[in-house]
Design a protein around this ligand. Structure first.
Ligand SMILES: [Cu+2]
Length: 182
């Protein structure tokens, strides 16, 4: 992530907001369905060669640590695809079970994906097709922590390792004050 993006993210303007997507069981879900829960939101795609697998492993580790901690609430991880053409609900389900039974996969129409990416200020761009018709999708690598009121709390970049990440989530949970003003 470039410096400017970090700056933008730490600004006052809201990150996140309402969204509606289709989960990997084929059910239409909205951000409201997760009110009352702590969630992690990560954007990626199942054909991602190395970054998404690494980030998903990290997320799975953080979530297990949090869920094992009796002093804090549980954490629900969401994986939202930036490649809805290839990431069907079946493909998402097959892929995500390799990492954790807890991660919920989301796909949707291009408009739905566009909207949620804009809300979280996630950038994504489909690359050129190679000779096999394969392509990669360049995308922002950030995991967002969203509180039970549905508001964004904190973001974690690729450089944040699982122990530091876990520690921060615990701290955010313990010092949390909800804002039910939406
Ligand atoms: Cu990726």
């Amino acid at each position: 992530m470039v410096k400017q993006e970090v700056k933008a993210l730490s600004g006052k303007a809201a990150i996140g907001g309402p969204w509606s997507l289709v989960d990997f069981n084929g059910e239409l879900k909205t951000s409201k369905d997760f009110h009352g829960k702590w969630i992690l939101v990560y954007f990626g795609f199942t054909h991602c060669p190395d970054i998404c697998p690494e980030e998903l492993e990290k997320i799975a580790e953080v979530v297990d640590e949090i869920d094992d901690n009796p002093n804090v609430p549980n954490l629900t991880p969401l994986f939202i695809t930036v490649d809805p053409d290839r990431d069907t609900i079946g493909a998402m389900k097959e892929y995500l079970k390799e990492f954790s039974q807890k991660v919920i996969g989301f796909t949707g129409t291009s408009d739905q994906i566009d909207n949620v990416c804009k809300a979280f200020r996630v950038y994504y761009s489909k690359g050129p097709l190679d000779e096999d018709g394969d392509y990669i999708v360049d995308h922002t690598i950030i995991t967002y922590l969203v509180g039970p009121d549905g508001n964004f709390v904190q973001y974690y970049g690729q450089n944040v390792e699982a122990p530091e990440f876990t520690k921060s989530v615990i701290e955010k949970m313990k010092t949390y004050k909800p804002h039910y003003d939406k």
